[in-house]
Design a protein around this ligand. Sequence first.
Ligand code: ATP
Ligand code: MG
Ligand code: MG
Length: 289
Amino acid sequence: CGTTSLLPMTPKKPQQWLQVVGHAGSFHVGDYGTLLKRFCEGEQQCYLRLMEDTLRPFVPAYHGVVQRDEQDYNMMDNLLTHFNTPAIMDCKMGSRTYLERELLLARERPQPRNDMYEKMVAVDPEAPTVQERAQQAVLKTRYMQWRETLSSTTSLGFRIEGFKKSNEECHTNFKRTKSREQVMTAFTNFVESNTHIVWGYLRRLKELRQVLEESVFFRTHEVVGSSLLFLHDWKGRTGVWMIDFGKTAVLPAHLTLDHRTPWVEGNREDGYLWGLDNLIDILSNMLPL
Ligand code: ATP
Ligand code: MG
Ligand code: MG
């Protein structure tokens, strides 16, 4: 399994980094094997708490805030550092990818969005209602909920956002990858049918599950829009880390989540562990009996 300790790096070594998905332009490669992500206070607070939590070995090490060209960045380990031109996959975890807070806001101030209408039509011209068609716009909440039923987010509690094999282009066309079979096909392609790699990922995911079940951080946060980043290389090295806490929200003091109970509005459950159970199950089925 991959190591998470920040090993001293030689400053001369050229840093490799590329991003599979996410907002382009939010990142810079930093010195000494670090990565700079555009500052977000919520994400900073999460990383600070995570550095004190049992989950620490499962997230990139956090190194504080730095400034570049007047812009603040959160500095963290570049997880690619210890791999040789790795294959990379981003899996967005959870049975929904918007916060309850976003749902409330969108309802208070409904904003019809033309860009989301266009995205919807591009995937499925039949999807908009008569009214949406007349307006050439959909509400953000409607768009998000629609999208989640297309992919495996609602049905399996995670979705593949994209992957890149060692020397290939990024594949990001998984918006309609929904069934177990489709997910398994995508994973098989990603690992190029290498069962050793699947073993490595499974071992790491099971360790992660154990730690998540005990973690104070995890119990006390609504973890939405966060991903598992899968990395492997031709040497057979594998690793999985949790990334992207931009939408992870701390819960009120009296409330904790088990991350498996189905979501109903108000209970804040995110389906993260349920999704991880499904992911582990699917990967297990890729191995010979
Ligand atoms: P979005 O909210 O749209 O998912 P984002 O702007 O919040 O995107 P992230 O999801 O944090 O960005 O990261 C985008 C991509 O950048 C990931 O899929 C991964 O490929 C890469 N990445 C992010 N953090 C790291 C890291 N610490 N080490 C290596 N690669 C990373
Ligand atoms: Mg992300
Ligand atoms: Mg994000």
